[in-house]
Design a protein around this ligand. Structure first.
Ligand SMILES: Nc1nc2c(c(=O)[nH]1)N[C@H]1C(S)=C(S)[C@@H](COP(=O)(O)O)O[C@H]1N2
Ligand SMILES: [Mo]
Length: 352
């Protein structure tokens, strides 16, 4: 075993991480998803409504006047990056709700964002309280930056980070659940416990549809989340703009496949033949390319946060292969986990 893999195994053993997660570089906190709120002029207001006696709005200054709680939590993003020891302070949801008479019929809580899509996420009210949900105003003793959802965002410790909504504008107490955007539109798991690896809900693709699709070799523009195409011969597959989160292409033949603008977030492409495949402008966050043949593949403008190209397993390296024709600019690999970045950088340099 090389020193490199020794180092990497040690790193992985030092800290208990939920399954399938890796650490971002120390001190790094990537901005994920939406980068801008919808209306910067109304960011200071938080409304509480739904099943409460008197719906009410708080200004940022009102929130600062309430009892502040500090906590240090571990961030686990569904796209496989984790950041340990992030310190937030703000108002505990439980303390905020103590100011209201909450109708006992309220079983769910929805957090709504001041964002272009009215992004939202919801939880069982009981879970939100148990998990010590925080209405966070500060990170590391400073007001939360706008890119990270400042000035007001909720933080749900113990759940994948998509339950923590940036630019929080409204909290609704509900009798029936209102699924959030990622949960309703992208199949993200509604419970989202990283220790149980609840990343995605079970998909609703039936076997016959899958077989027909694979035979057609045309996935363009379709939502085929979690499709199992492992070991299939899909040479020349058309998959422009396809939604393929959590899909399984392990050991598949995808030579010259066109994944332009496709979403392959958390997809499995272990040992796949991806020679001359096109991933331009793709969402490849958390995607596993370990052992894939990437000779001539094009990754121009793709997003690779949380992606893997090499796995160390039982003293063995399952490493992707590149050649001088692989298009993988340094700006594209820069957000990779440090060990992954080192591996890819060295492998690419060796091809020059
Ligand atoms: N309004 C809004 N909130 C959001 C998202 C988003 O796109 N829009 N993305 C979610 C996801 S998937 C993650 S991992 C975190 C990212 O937060 P960060 O950009 O501060 O790291 O925000 C969550 N909350
Ligand atoms: Mo995420």
């Amino acid at each position: 075993m090389s020193n490199r893999s020794n180092e990497m195994e040690n790193n992985q053993k030092q800290v208990p991480l939920p399954p399938g997660q890796q650490l971002v570089a120390p001190g790094k906190w990537p901005v994920i998803g939406e980068r801008e709120p919808a209306d910067r002029s109304t960011l200071d207001t938080l409304a509480i409504g739904g099943l409460v006696d008197t719906p009410r709005s708080f200004q940022l200054s009102d929130l600062r006047d309430l009892q502040q709680t500090s906590m240090t939590i571990d961030i686990h993003c569904v796209t496989r990056w984790s950041k340990l020891g992030a310190s937030f302070s703000g108002i505990l949801l439980e303390d905020l709700l103590a100011q209201f008479n909450v109708d006992p019929k309220a079983k769910f809580i929805s957090f709504v964002s001041n964002s272009p899509t009215n992004h939202s996420s919801s939880l069982l009210l009981e879970t939100a309280i148990e998990q010590k949900t925080l209405i966070a105003l500060d990170y590391d003793g400073q007001p939360l930056e706008i890119g990270h959802g400042g000035p007001i965002r909720n933080i749900v410790p113990g759940r994948y980070f998509y339950k923590s909504v940036k630019w929080l504008k409204e909290i609704k107490l509900l009798e029936q659940d209102e699924l959030g955007n990622w949960e309703a539109g992208s199949g993200y798991h509604n419970e989202a416990d990283p220790w149980l690896e609840q990343r995605y809900m079970v998909p609703n693709l039936d076997r016959r549809t899958v077989i027909e699709l694979i035979a057609s070799r045309d996935f363009s523009n379709r939502d085929l989340r979690s499709i199992d195409a492992s070991k299939r011969d899909l040479r020349g597959l058309k998959a422009v703009d396809a939604k393929l989160r959590d899909s399984n292409f392990n050991e598949a033949n995808l030579e010259e496949a066109d994944f332009t603008k496709a979403n392959l977030s958390n997809a499995h492409l272990v040992n796949a033949n991806l020679r001359k495949a096109n991933f331009r402008n793709g969402d490849l966050e958390g995607t596993d390319f370990s052992g894939a043949d990437l000779r001539g593949a094009d990754f121009t403008n793709s997003s690779l946060i949380g992606a893997s190209f090499c796995t160390f397993k039982n003293d063995q390296n399952i490493a992707a292969v590149f050649d001088a024709q692989t298009v993988l600019p340094d700006s594209v690999i820069a957000p990779l986990f440090p060990e992954q970045y080192q591996f890819v950088r060295r492998a690419l340099d060796a091809c020059k």
